[in-house]
Structures are given as C-alpha cells and as structure tokens.
Design a protein around this ligand. Structure first.
Ligand code: TYD
Length: 138
C-alpha cells in the first residue's frame, strides 16, 4: 500500500495551562494512533544543519517541536509538502513510506519524536533512489 504526504497531518495535543506554566501529555493509542515504543529527541543542532534524509518501511512517528521551530519536508515519491512545527502542543504524524528531511532548525530547538517501534536499521531507506524505486514499484 502506498502512503501519501496528505496522510501526514498536524494534530493538536492537549495542553493544561496554569500560572506555573504548561504541560502536554501524549498517550499511545489515544493522542496518537499507535503504541509508543520509543522516544528520542534531537537537540544542539548546529545552524544550517539538516536531519532526517530517510524513509521508514513500517515506523509511525509523531514529531513535535518541543522547543523552537523547524521545517519538515515530506515526500511520498510523487507529492511533496513542507510543514513548519513551532508549537509544543501540536505534533506531526508521519506515516510509513514517507521520505522526510528536517531543516531550518531555530537556535536551541528540540525535536521530540515518539515512535511506534524500537530502533531497527532494517526499517530505513537511507538512499532516496531506493525509496523511490520501492514506492514506485520498480
Ligand atoms: P538517524 O536516524 O540517521 O538520525 P536523523 O534522522 O535525526 O538524522 O540516526 C542518527 C544515528 O543515531 C544513527 O547512527 C543511528 C542512531 N540511532 C539509534 O541508534 N537509535 C535510534 O533510535 C535512532 C533514532 C538513531
């Protein structure tokens, strides 16, 4: 089955606000449509550096700008779209089979990723041409 960038949407997360600040809670199968098996975060990203540059075969993710902002380029082999993440109470769902590049990180930004599976290098397409061939069926 081919997935589309149009299935990768920004979803609002809950936010509990009081005078001491905010808290956002993300629960598997509730806030996101999968169990959360792994959490990782990118930080101390030098100015001008890009991250990502790969696609996953099965992995589902929620990507959150826990602090600061950055852009996510999504590409399903046919369509592309760029999403800006800049709020800790919104997240981007990325479905399997989508090439993604993370870029234009603001200084001090933190990219939080909640993932449906533990790390598995075999789940990656690291080469864009391999990804393109796979999704385009040749
Ligand atoms: P990578 O997925 O390439 O990071 P990004 O997409 O942010 O550029 O991972 C960078 C390195 O970290 C790579 O050597 C694999 C390793 N890694 C793990 O060991 N476990 C993990 O859960 C992740 C996300 C990466």
């Amino acid at each position: 089955m081919r997935n589309s960038v149009y299935s990768c949407n920004i979803v609002p997360l809950n936010k509990i606000h009081n005078r001491a600040g905010n808290i956002t809670i993300v629960e598997g199968q509730n806030s996101v449509p999968f169990d959360i098996k792994r959490v990782y975060y990118l930080y101390d990203i030098p100015g001008g550096e890009d991250r990502g540059g790969h696609a996953h075969k099965e992995l589902r993710q929620l990507i959150v700008a826990a602090s600061g902002s950055f852009n996510v380029l999504l590409d399903d082999g046919q369509n592309k779209k760029i999403v800006t993440l800049n709020r800790p109470d919104y997240g981007l769902i990325v479905v399997p089979g989508i090439w993604r590049e993370l870029m234009e990180f603001s200084s001090g930004s933190v990219c939080l990723v909640l993932a449906s599976e533990v790390y598995d290098e075999n789940d990656y397409f690291r080469e864009y041409q391999d990804f393109k061939s796979f999704v385009n069926g040749h």
